[in-house]
Design a protein around this ligand. Sequence first.
Ligand SMILES: Cc1ncc(C[n+]2csc(CCOP(=O)(O)OP(=O)(O)O)c2C)c(N)n1
Ligand SMILES: [Mg+2]
Length: 402
Amino acid sequence: MNERTINREVSSIREDITAKRKAATAAVSRRTFVKRVSAIGAGTAVLSRVPTRPTKAQYGPPHADGLPAQQLTAMFTDMVKIRQWESKIKDLILKGGFRGVAHLYVGQEAVAVGVCSALRKDDYIASNHRGHGHLIAKGGDLKLMLAEITHKAAGYCKGYGGSLHITDVNLGILGMNGIVGASHLFAAGAAYGIKVKGTDQVAVSFGGDGSIQGNFFSSAANSAAAWKLPWIGVIENNAFQIWVRASDVYATPDLAQRAAGYGIEGRVVDGNDVLAVYGVAKQAVEKARSGGGPTLIECKTYRWYDHYGVAGARTGGDGAFGLGYRSDRELRDWMAKDPISRFRKFLVSEKVLTEAGADEITAEVRKAVEEAATFAEAQPVPKPEDGLLHVFAQGAVPLHTA
Ligand SMILES: Cc1ncc(C[n+]2csc(CCOP(=O)(O)OP(=O)(O)O)c2C)c(N)n1
Ligand SMILES: [Mg+2]
């Protein structure tokens, strides 16, 4: 080790210690902190927990064989679309004047794309607050999404809903949703509808590690198991619920273990490996289509930005650094496992894409995102006098029938 390497190591360790101190102050009171630290004797061990990552045995099918080059390229393109679209939103927020709120999905792209690539257009998805990626992966229109998130009249919900309510029923997108856990209930309801209609569609819900705590998830999982509904619950375990570390509030390392309690198959998969996610999702979809009932899939992943907004982020760069509840080193560790770079490397090594081809796709997507932003910017906001339009279903039964 030369002197430069040692200095780099030392400053990295210092940075880590400062971040952990900050995290401790934010997460627990001083007294609780001291109690916890002395209880385990090992001093800093309580602060150095890293998010659970799957071992090799838990990965599921390592790679989905037999996928045509065209589909692999489409999967790569969708992942880049999510990254670029959200990076644009991040830059717009940093610029100032942005209306509304955004829970960025960057870092988790492999989950949305892996799952949605296993679905048909007529299958349903129900999304949560961190849902832009799910919508883009299911075919959501970049322009209409950008108009909606900036509350413009041309947006998906005429500008009334913003980020948290984007819906496109024609694409099977039952909507984003700010109520944690409700996505599971929506999808289980859709799965019940499918069963009543007798079609072979499936319904998927996306929820975070926090979404399995409440009654929405419990009702969805229990009913789906009891009635063998074509429901697939996807849990994106990104290690945090706002700034609370999942490993501080769950005793089990794998949330998929809970599936057994409902009589459902539970799977754990590396959520940063798009083909592994696709492989597990495809098996769950085939099972659900053929009447085999539900599956719970836990994807281990990590969000690169803060819970919402852009604290610690910078224009033109990736990731939010200096946040009090996680260390920069932990973020860098996960960024080194970037699901997009990883998939790109695989596609190039498999000769599905060349480096130049991958660059070209990225440039085309960037252009489409810029066009979406220009489109959205030019649109008017909804007029106050139109405030009650599009609120009630046209042709609804009048409230007063007498
Ligand atoms: C029913 C309900 N309880 C609490 C909240 C406040 N809240 C918003 S996001 C969030 C954390 C969600 O964590 P997770 O499900 O892991 O999703 P992530 O944000 O990590 O993607 C909470 C508690 C809410 N929106 N809805
Ligand atoms: Mg989470």
